[in-house]
Design a protein around this ligand. Structure first.
Ligand SMILES: [Zn+2]
Ligand SMILES: [Zn+2]
Length: 335
């Protein structure tokens, strides 16, 4: 089968390898769509993410779906839940499987991800794709779940106002879900014009341009909003969230910072008594809640996938990811 392996920073190569052999409890899945994520960009740019680095060539890809290739469920279209928490530890037992330190996460070193023709993955983590979710859209449920988890962490309640800073796919899903669950005014910012347009199309009331690394014009009079999200990982967006959220409000940091450091003006956060929440992936039920929102027509998946590549063009797909010109890039490993 075809496999894309990350060898180190900026170095992704196509290999031909034997198909994986599923272990007991696992299914063989032919991958049809794998979305490239901001976290994959960190792996690609830095050869690392946070404190984890590539120690031998490995396979990225955790936003994805495919078709079960053999066994009793052969032919079933599925969405892959990439997190396989241990189910035994204190975090798992208290409903925080997203914090399990023994988790196997598909596409996070050393667990191979989905950028290959086939993967073997536990059957209970393969969620049947409903008829309302077709084609490459199976790759969008994981990032949708990330947005739902972040909104839970914000303590959002219907009628509240919100700020979303960074309008890549996660920011756009934040906007779409906030709209679906009854947000009042939603304001957004991003340096890129195509993302601002997408923010408005996703339901933001207002989208302000900002220089890379700077603050949107009039930031100190913008809002205040009840809850604010950084969906970029950039210090500037964290600061925008802090400047625009109400005093005593919650700022949820969803983005992953470059070089594993976030910094912000401490006096600003302290004097305003802000609560800063770090969001970590999602819990199993967030994926199901996302599917439900889509099935009921409350959240749309359209307009997010703007580029598709066959697996043979994997290096080109990552070059495009690096250019940050698209919204969601999808690789089709079976094409
Ligand atoms: Zn992701
Ligand atoms: Zn655990």
């Amino acid at each position: 089968m075809d496999v894309l392996r990350l060898h180190g920073a900026g170095d992704i190569r196509l290999h031909t390898e034997p198909d994986p052999v599923p272990l007991s409890g696992e299914e063989l899945v032919r991958m049809t769509a794998v979305g490239l994520c901001g976290s994959d960009l960190h792996w690609f740019e830095e050869g690392a993410i946070g404190e984890d680095r590539v120690r031998e060539p490995f396979v990225l890809g955790h936003e994805m779906g495919g078709v079960i290739a053999s066994g009793a469920r052969a032919g079933e279209r599925v969405i892959v839940e990439p997190a396989h928490p241990c189910g035994q530890c204190a975090d798992c037992n208290s409903g925080h499987g997203n914090l399990c330190q023994q988790v196997d996460f598909c596409g996070h070193f050393p667990v191979p991800g989905g950028l290959s023709t086939y993967i073997a993955w536990p059957g209970h983590l393969l969620i049947p794709a409903p008829d309302t979710i077709q084609g490459d859209d199976v790759a969008l449920l994981e990032p949708l779940g990330i947005a739902i988890h972040a909104i839970d962490l914000s303590h959002f309640q219907s009628g509240m106002t919100a700020g979303v800073y960074g309008c890549g796919p996660i920011g756009l899903f934040l906007i779409r879900v906030l709209r679906a669950v009854g947000a009042g005014h939603i304001q957004a910012s991003d340096p890129l014009p195509n993302r601002l347009a997408a923010a408005l199309a996703s339901g933001a009331d207002e989208a302000r341009s900002t220089e890379m690394g700077g603050q949107p014009e009039g930031v100190d009079d913008w809002g205040p909003v009840d809850v604010a999200f950084d969906a970029s990982g950039e210090d500037a967006a964290v600061e925008t969230a802090m400047r625009t959220v109400r005093t005593g409000g919650r700022v949820v940091v969803v983005g992953i910072p470059p070089n594993d450091r976030t910094s912000f003006p401490a006096a600003l956060a302290r004097e305003r008594g802000l609560t800063i929440v770090m969001s970590r992936r999602m819990k199993a039920h967030h994926m199901h809640r996302g599917i439900d929102l889509v099935e009921r027509g409350k959240v749309r998946l359209d307009g997010l996938i703007t580029a598709r590549f066959p697996i043979s063009a994997g290096p080109e797909a990552f070059a495009r990811l690096l250019a940050r010109s698209e919204l969601k890039i999808v690789v089709n490993p079976s094409d």
